[in-house]
Write a protein of this length. Sequence first.
Length: 84
Amino acid sequence: MKRILVVDDDMVTRKTASYILGKEGYHVDSVETGQRCLTTLANEYYDLVLLDIEMPVMDGFETLRYIRNNPSTKKLPGRIPDRR
């Protein structure tokens, strides 16, 4: 079963995404901050991380930079979009 980590500071968004993805057969965990995302990724394996861009303290762009700079997580699917 594919594992997905949903990262969003909005509880309704986390629960909605988890519900929809769970119905599609994915194992879904969710956390509310970029820092919790990094801690979770240090201890668990995920096939995909869905990041909210606008979060307090550590936004999605900064979180993704940490993910990309970590040898154990740098190959997770995704990219950092251009900020235009």
